[in-house]
Design a protein around this ligand. Sequence first.
Ligand SMILES: [Zn+2]
Length: 152
Amino acid sequence: MGFFDELGSTISRASSKAAKKTKEAAERARLNGELQMEIENQKKLYEELGRLYMETHPEGVDLDYVELANKIHASSFHQNELREQIQDLRGVVVCPNCGAESKEGTAFCSHCGSPLPVKPAPAPEPEAPVEEAAPAEPEAAAEEKPEETDAE
Ligand SMILES: [Zn+2]
């Protein structure tokens, strides 16, 4: 069993550098999978909506339609959330006009020139004044003392 333990630790040591990237890729795959499921889910809801519409009389507003419409809206919202998470992981922004991908932080779409949405900075820089850069004063004051004694 010792051999396999050693082998295992060797493998884990060798792959520790790649672990972060693997984790990121796994997260991306998970989000992509969830997004595909959400799209499929929405397709089914649209089918159901169409069937319901055909099966019932189109006179007046049926509550079933409202419920389905809400589910479809929720699905679209969730899809956008998943897309944004995937874009964040990839470090890209998607042009709201043409759908082309640009590198995050780009002001204008490289494809159509439309202004790109500016994402809020993940770590906002503090505007506090930098007062830490002046601890040298006590030293300067200490240097003056011996000069005073020399003068006397
Ligand atoms: Zn564009």
